[in-house]
Design a protein. Structure first.
Length: 160
């Protein structure tokens, strides 16, 4: 599995940053479910036996646009799972401006959908996500404000 290294910097007033932190972090770890919860019905698709219930899966597809947890997360979150265990650090800096800095790893891709949704829920904050996929030689920066994609730059650094 390729991992994606992420650095999320959130800018805003200290009060708003603390509300964000208390709302979406658990024990210093960003919990994607607190920002963009996956429908509970899709959790049942973790089980291999559910794959045989075609009627149930068809109902999920009709209701959610997906018949399994994996495809839903890839489309909605941008990655298949939450933050990889043991890979995160969180701090709030009070230098030139107040900002929350959170570094973490995810499987394969950055959680772009989660960060975009966070910018919608917390419209007074500016979100800058920098990511790097070492095995694919890809890096990028995405900036969101009030659910708008202000800047997106991706670079394949193998080819220059």
């Amino acid at each position: 599995m390729e991992k994606c290294e992420n650095k999320l910097t959130v800018f805003g007033e200290e009060r708003d940053l603390n509300i964000f932190k208390k709302s979406v972090f658990s024990e210093q770890v960003l919990v994607f479910e607190r920002i963009l919860p996956m429908p509970r019905d899709l959790e049942r698709t973790y089980s291999q036996s559910i794959k045989e219930d075609k009627e149930f899966l068809h109902g999920l597809k009709k209701k959610y646009g997906h018949d399994d947890w994996y495809s839903w997360r890839i489309e909605k979150w941008g990655t298949s799972g939450n933050v990889l265990p043991g890979t995160s650090s969180l701090k709030i800096e009070h230098k030139d401006q107040i900002k929350l800095i959170y570094e973490f790893d995810t499987a394969w891709d950055p959680p772009v959908g989660v960060i975009k949704e966070a910018s919608k829920i917390f419209p007074l904050l500016l979100f800058k996500l920098r990511y790097e996929r070492w095995m694919s030689f890809i890096e990028g920066i995405i900036i969101f404000y009030n659910s708008e994609d202000i800047l997106e730059v991706t670079r394949d650094y193998e080819s220059g």
